[in-house]
Design a protein around this ligand. Structure first.
Ligand code: ARG
Length: 465
């Protein structure tokens, strides 16, 4: 029987049930729905609507339903439209008449919003924790890389040598901003909509503030219409997920390139690479490619949801049921992507020889020659011109640049030393720049940041549903 059976002259058409249901995808909300329902039951008890005995009976029934769901022994029926309907039906089966009181002063509209917020809080914390684990690996690999350098690229053309540690930390800082965004999103997630009812609250003496506190929310809704129709919290989590996806795609693309024979900087560990079904010699960077690919799907989930939300009238509309699949899928994708990417980065071997050979190409220090002249009073444009002309002559005549620099009156022997292998990273001084000392200091700051991030995550709700 449906929840609204008495209003209708006939039962629901199977076509309606097939199209209307969300049980096929919202089972994931089971634990959180039980948690929120138990909070609601305690609220009904505080308001004197349920007796202490009824509160105990319903709380126990909700605990066993939750166990059945977790053990996969819960038996669903054809009329279970969604997880909320299913749980209420089962509680009623277990408790008889008392079960009929569970939905007092509550609508599925505030119920689903509450469960989804609780679910999002838990998953956001897990995602942030997984991101911290990847950052940790990147920092460790940066430390291990020591003074090993490779070319830094702009336009994917070799530009200046950079320590590998600097390159790895660039990705780590981007992920740190993602964690920051997630913590920020968590703050706005942490608002209870329970008590908003269908859209206008109720006539019963329920206290939404006390219920919010009971369920571990930091705040309670201010406007019942907003509480049941707001899904910006989902959009925000999806943006965070999409941004993480974009960052992972850039790291993934780098691993694809660097592990190709053309670059040869990275060698993937056998456990984190795949082979080919036909070509016996192949070793493929599938994890890195999927890391690159998932961003498309994650961006799609965000834009899809925003399009669903656009123009919706207040308050609840069934359109809002479309929030779940993108959210669940986004978090599920990242939950499997991050451990794989973390493992890949933890085990990738660096080909020091290939990197050093490429980084030591003398033209990569050309701008340092110009800056050497600037330090001696030459305007930068003039210095740039002198070096540019020498690079051209070197390429045209296949004469090493250092030789031409030595012979150039405005440069000479001392300037030529800047072209020596490893000189660039030793001379670069800018804070946050690609000099070895600056990178060491940056790594220290990163570690401090990571420790603070970890501490912040510890302050988010620790208990799992
Ligand atoms: N399955 C529904 C959803 O996900 C639950 C809320 C249903 N509310 C309603 N008024 N029909 O949005």
């Amino acid at each position: 029987m449906t929840l609204w059976a008495h209003r209708m002259g006939s039962g629901p058409a199977p076509e309606l049930m097939a199209f209307n249901e969300s049980l096929s995808f919202d089972r994931a909300l089971g634990p959180e729905d039980c948690e929120a329902s138990a909070g609601h039951v305690r609220g009904l008890g505080r308001a004197g609507i349920l007796t202490p005995q009824e509160v105990t009976t319903l709380s126990q029934a909700l605990a066993s339903v939750r166990e059945e769901l977790e053990r996969d022994t819960f038996v669903f029926t054809g009329s279970d439209e969604d997880i909320h309907t299913a749980i209420e039906r089962r509680v009623t089966e277990l408790t008889g008449e008392i079960g009929a009181k569970l939905h007092t002063g509550r609508s599925r509209n505030d119920q689903v919003a509450t469960a989804l917020r609780l679910w999002s809080k838990h998953r956001v914390r897990e995602l942030a924790t997984a991101l911290v684990a990847l950052q940790d690996v990147l920092a460790r690999r940066a430390e291990e890389a020591g003074e090993l350098s490779l070319p830094g690229y702009t336009h994917l053309q070799r530009a200046q040598p950079v320590p590998l540690a600097h390159q790895l930390l660039a990705h780590a800082w981007a992920l740190a901003r993602d964690v920051d965004r997630l913590v920020d999103a968590h703050r706005r997630l942490d608002v209870s909509p329970l008590g908003a009812g269908a859209l206008a609250g109720s006539t019963l003496g329920l206290d939404p503030v006390a219920t919010a506190e009971d369920l571990g929310f930091s705040a309670c809704f201010e406007n019942s219409l907003d509480a049941v129709s707001d899904r910006d919290f989902v959009a925000e989590v999806l943006f965070c997920a999409a941004m993480v996806g974009v960052h992972l795609s850039r790291l993934g693309e780098e691993v694809v390139l660097y592990s190709s024979e053309e670059f040869g900087y990275y060698r993937l560990d056998d456990a984190f690479a795949t082979g080919s079904s036909m070509l016996p010699q192949k070793k493929n960077p599938d994890i890195a490619e999927l890391a690159r690919a998932k961003a498309g799907r994650l961006i799609g989930h965000l834009t899809g949801l925003l399009a669903t939300l656009k123009g919706l009238p207040l308050a609840y509309n069934k359109d809002l049921q479309e929030d779940k699949e993108p959210l669940f899928d986004a978090m599920a994708q990242l939950a499997v992507a991050l451990p794989a990417i973390t493992g890949m980065m933890a085990t990738v071997r660096f080909d020091a020889e290939a990197m050093t050979r490429a980084a030591d190409s003398e033209v990569l220090a050309a701008v340092d020659l110009a800056e050497w002249q600037v330090a001696r009073g030459v305007p930068f444009r003039a210095a740039h011109g002198v070096v540019g002309a020498l690079v051209r002559r070197s390429l045209e005549s296949t004469t090493p640049l250092a030789e031409l620099v030595r012979a150039e009156p405005s440069l000479g022997e001392e300037a030529a030393k800047l072209l020596a292998p490893g000189a660039a990273a030793a001379h670069h001084r800018t804070r946050g720049g690609a000099g070895h000392e600056a990178v060491r200091a940056q790594l220290d700051r990163f570690r401090t940041h990571l420790a603070a991030e970890r501490a912040r995550l510890g302050t988010l709700d620790a208990e799992q549903p």
